[in-house]
Design a protein around this ligand. Sequence first.
Ligand SMILES: Cc1cc2nc3c(=O)[nH]c(=O)nc-3n(C[C@H](O)[C@H](O)[C@H](O)COP(=O)(O)OP(=O)(O)OC[C@H]3O[C@@H](n4cnc5c(N)ncnc54)[C@H](O)[C@@H]3O)c2cc1C
Length: 471
Amino acid sequence: MKTRSADLLIVGAGPVGLLCAYLAHRCGLRAVVVDKSEGPLEVGRADALNARTLQLLEVAGLFDELYPLGKPCNTSSVWADGKFVSRQSAWWDELEGCLHKHFLMLGQSHFEKLLDEKLRTAGVPARRSTSVERIEVTERGCLTLLSDGTRVESSYVIGADGSHSFVRGHFEIPFEIVRPEIVWAVIDGVIETDFPKVPEIIVCQAETSDVAWIPREGKIDRFYVRMDKPEFTFEEALAKINRALRPHSVKFREIEWYSRFSVKESVAERFSAHDRVFLAGDACHIHSVNGGQGLNTGISDAFNLVWKLDRVLKSAASPALLRTYESERKPVAESVIAASGELVRSTKFSATGTHARDYVEIVRKRAGNITGMGIRYGESGLAGSRLFDFEVREGTKAPTRLYSLLDYARFTVLVFGEGEPDFDVPADAKVVRVSAKERPDGYWSERSPYANRAILVRPDSYIETVSEVRG
Ligand SMILES: Cc1cc2nc3c(=O)[nH]c(=O)nc-3n(C[C@H](O)[C@H](O)[C@H](O)COP(=O)(O)OP(=O)(O)OC[C@H]3O[C@@H](n4cnc5c(N)ncnc54)[C@H](O)[C@@H]3O)c2cc1C
């Protein structure tokens, strides 16, 4: 029997597991990622990356390749009685400290394929057609048996194995599921229509609000159709779409993906077991797709977790740091469930019969979750908040984004002013000085919101500590 050793064994090469493996590789960790499937997703599932995800992708060096593939979208409109009755984007336009104030409409398959290819090129490809049969936590770490007979000795295991998680079940982590009995059809395809087509998220009002039209990258459009019964045909879903879009109609020239799903909601009681095994993504939270938060939340889980494992493995940080993964991410998962749950129920129930308008109002109210920009760790203050992004310049060069100076493998100390931070600078931190005035060399920004402050930024671009700059 072959035995391999690794820092991390990652179960599941969906978007979250692939991202964990990629971030681990960037940190210089040895990660083995296994998946029972033969390859990355080809079509369907998540359709939007939110503004916070776009910032995180910048830090991981993935933004420049993904961004051109998608379609920006920041507007939610309501179609009722044969016309648009509202169009709103204020919650995106008013975002501060963010340069991409919109969703990037982009299918999950693009995300998975890029990461799969990156791992392959880096010489650490996902091990496909391989599942996990047993995991034991030992004194030194974890011992995992794979279906091909290989044993993997690793310091930690990440269970990124989706909503039916083997890892969660194996460690008997409770995952009580709420089923609100709401069933959707989802159709991705190339359409023909006389509708005045716009690249906006269109929420339609008929008797209730049972159709949403989502713009997608390339030639594809997506429709979500609430069907209110477990069994239905494609023709019934199409009839609902055409009823909602009256007096216009839609025909599908090509169908790329057609699926149905019933809404399920749950957050795992614990996000870890024995301080050695961690859950991420759908393995620890599932909810309705409304608000587009599933993939985005899983991506933030990965960013939150991997640097902590890296610090404990390589920089002798206290294992107590790993406990902050659950204390930070579980409340976020709970808030995501509250937001998506309120959205999905509003499509069916409205006291005033204005379901679609109610829906957009909930989007406005829950914008912190939906844009991802309202997520913070801790109650208040700069520590625990996301670092704002803004343009900085290096000498006379073209402006660059502050986030492009961050490095996921390290803490960054940003010094906005002429002096020194009033906190201990981690030995391996990257120190970047940003002057408040134009200068011929070095970084400068006249619009920094952090004048005369020094900021210790975590690898996942949340603020760890702030101080005045000492002269
Ligand atoms: C119709 C639909 C629309 C959606 N729309 C959105 C959206 O607009 N925005 C959004 O953010 N999210 C959306 N989501 C949710 C999103 O797709 C999921 O949140 C996301 O896929 C979760 O990623 P994951 O890596 O955690 O899990 P998964 O994508 O489920 O990946 C888990 C992986 O683990 C593997 N695996 C499972 N068990 C084992 C085992 N024992 N051994 C080895 N491998 C194993 C599986 O093969 C799989 O590849 C949507 C989902 C659906 C179904």
